[in-house]
Design a binder for this molecule. Structure first.
Ligand SMILES: *[C@@H]1O[C@H](CO)[C@@H](O)[C@H](O)[C@H]1NC(C)=O
Ligand SMILES: *[C@@H]1O[C@H](CO)[C@@H](O)[C@H](O)[C@H]1NC(C)=O
Ligand SMILES: *[C@@H]1O[C@H](CO)[C@@H](O)[C@H](O)[C@H]1NC(C)=O
Ligand SMILES: *[C@@H]1O[C@H](CO)[C@@H](O)[C@H](O)[C@H]1NC(C)=O
Ligand SMILES: *[C@@H]1O[C@H](CO)[C@@H](O)[C@H](O)[C@H]1NC(C)=O
Ligand SMILES: *[C@@H]1O[C@H](CO)[C@@H](O)[C@H](O)[C@H]1NC(C)=O
Ligand SMILES: *[C@@H]1O[C@H](CO)[C@@H](O)[C@H](O)[C@H]1NC(C)=O
Ligand SMILES: *[C@@H]1O[C@H](CO)[C@@H](O)[C@H](O)[C@H]1NC(C)=O
Length: 220
């Protein structure tokens, strides 16, 4: 009965194909991407030589936190900022700051204006000793937080976000780079990217495999 076995075969393969598509769909809807963090502006008036006044020792930073997920919200825990001076990026921080926890809807970008002065623990003695003779200073800014993603009916576990960047400030007290400075993960965190790459390869394999099985000739 070639017709009957052919029908069963087709049914079986369409089942596998559906399974593959379902797996792909589930993977696509559960996949999350970390927020994109940038520094839009950075200004320390005490480093502005034109002002000729080193009393205003407050760092003004504009931070941008962007949710790149199309359909997932992000719950941010306290966003911890740490400022150090290069070349000693492993040294004691010259300032720390915590942006309070907040929620962000999908495809939204939050602008956080941060002012870190002596009251917030900015150590001007340490900053001024790190300034180059030409009036420049290089700040290492690190951001650490935990985020949870809001899916349709539940929240994911906490994902650690550790990113940072160097900010070159010249003798006008502002950052030299006119563009937003992207905070990115340290090299050892690239493993995460590697693993998510692996997952996408697995998904492609699953789909390819289900296509391949459906196109097999039925010779039972
Ligand atoms: C900078 O300030 C000091 C003291 O306030 C003053 O003596 C000096 O002339 C000022 N320099 C310039 C270039 O304005
Ligand atoms: C410090 O500088 C900022 C930016 O220029 C200004 O808004 C602020 O009023 C200054 N603070 C003091 C105490 O001068
Ligand atoms: C870097 O910072 C550490 C700890 O604060 C200090 O022991 C070390 O001497 C510093 N190195 C330089 C090159 O400033
Ligand atoms: C500020 O930094 C200087 C030099 O690095 C250090 O000696 C001093 O103890 C620091 N002050 C505070 C309050 O941390
Ligand atoms: C100032 O000097 C430092 C260290 O030599 C250098 O990295 C920086 O680019 C200089 N800044 C400017 C504005 O030339
Ligand atoms: C941020 O700082 C707070 C208070 O110091 C701390 O409890 C929290 O664990 C820090 N978060 C991260 C991600 O390091
Ligand atoms: C430094 O001060 C001068 C004079 O007030 C001002 O024009 C300039 O914008 C300041 N630099 C920055 C980066 O804001
Ligand atoms: C400092 O950097 C700012 C922004 O890039 C630039 O407009 C300014 O001319 C620079 N100042 C000096 C003295 O190089």
């Amino acid at each position: 009965m070639p017709d009957q076995s052919g029908g069963c075969c087709r049914c079986c393969f369409s089942f596998i194909f559906t399974l593959g598509l379902t797996a792909l769909f589930v993977w696509l809807s559960l996949r999350t991407s970390n927020p994109k963090c940038t520094i839009r502006s950075f200004y320390l008036p005490a480093l502005n030589r034109t002002l000729n006044d080193t009393k205003n020792t407050t760092v003004f930073v504009t931070l941008r936190l962007g949710n790149t997920n199309k359909d997932k919200g992000v719950y941010y825990d306290a966003v911890n900022l740490t400022f150090r001076l290069q070349p000693n990026a492993t040294g004691i921080p010259v300032a720390t700051y915590a942006v309070p926890r907040f929620y962000q809807g999908h495809k939204k970008t939050a602008t956080k204006k941060v002012a870190v002065g002596p009251q917030e623990g900015l150590n001007w003695t340490a900053v001024s000793s790190g300034v180059y003779p030409n009036g420049s200073a290089i700040f290492r800014v690190d951001l650490a937080t935990d985020v949870r993603f809001k899916l349709m009916f539940w929240r994911t576990k906490r994902h650690r976000l550790n990113v940072g960047a160097d900010v070159l400030v010249n003798d006008s007290g502002g950052k030299v780079n006119r563009k937003d400075i992207k905070l990115s993960a340290a090299p050892d965190h690239h493993l995460i990217g590697f693993f998510s790459g692996q997952i996408s390869i697995e998904a492609v394999k699953a789909v390819t495999w289900s296509h391949w099985t459906t196109s097999l000739p039925c010779n039972t």
